[in-house]
Design a protein around this ligand. Sequence first.
Ligand code: DX5
Ligand code: ZN
Length: 251
Amino acid sequence: MLDAGREFGNDARFTIGVSQSIRVDMPTPNDFLIAPSILSADFARLGDEVNAVLSAGADVVHFDVMDNHYVPNLTIGPLVCDALRKHGVTAPIDVHLMVNPVDRLVGDFAAAGATYISFHPEASEHVHRTISLIRSAGAKPGLVFNPATSLDWLDYCLEEIDLVLIMSVNPGFGGQSFIPSSLAKLRAARQRIEASGRDIRLEIDGGVKIDNIGEIAAAGADMFVAGSAIFGSDDYRTTIAAMREQIAANV
Ligand code: DX5
Ligand code: ZN
């Protein structure tokens, strides 16, 4: 059972026990987290790519799971998550499930070392049950909102989750353009999170670049997925540093 706890703690390190004991580095609560999406990595060298972005200053590994059913693309599953842990990856792994059905995969990803497991409410028959399943499997539950999905889902489950993920593109592919209405949605989600008084991450996913990450941070995001902007750049460290500079200049 994974037991990283809801609070990250100040020494920023936890030992979690999944199938084998894996040491996971957890960020401190108020950090702005950069989460490169490995969808844009070179899959032939995935372990090296993940090590490279983490040593270049990334905080979290964003792991996009697509099933050619909920979204029109097919990517990676729990075996790859497990392989990254066995490769020595200790950073949090942020599993973004774009699959239907959801529940069947939850236990497998938790056992494979997922830190967060988030899903789209439209893809689950019983949203509250799926959230509980993720929690009881030992991972941190997150709910994902497509560009046209209302935040009203949060009315009855914000208390149960650790992550709100706002999609700023339609899910399925890397390299798409940021949808501007996502900024208003981030502000609305930030208000809900503050009103709850709970420690809930607000993540943005899709079209995040150096030149828009500042306004995204100003709208309330504290966790930033970036795929093509990081893996498509010549120097991961320079790109991540430039993103952090833009965040710091705008919050
Ligand atoms: C899209 C995925 C994203 C994607 C982001 O369905 O959820 O994580 O990889 O890629 P970029 O940053 O290139 O838009
Ligand atoms: Zn994603």
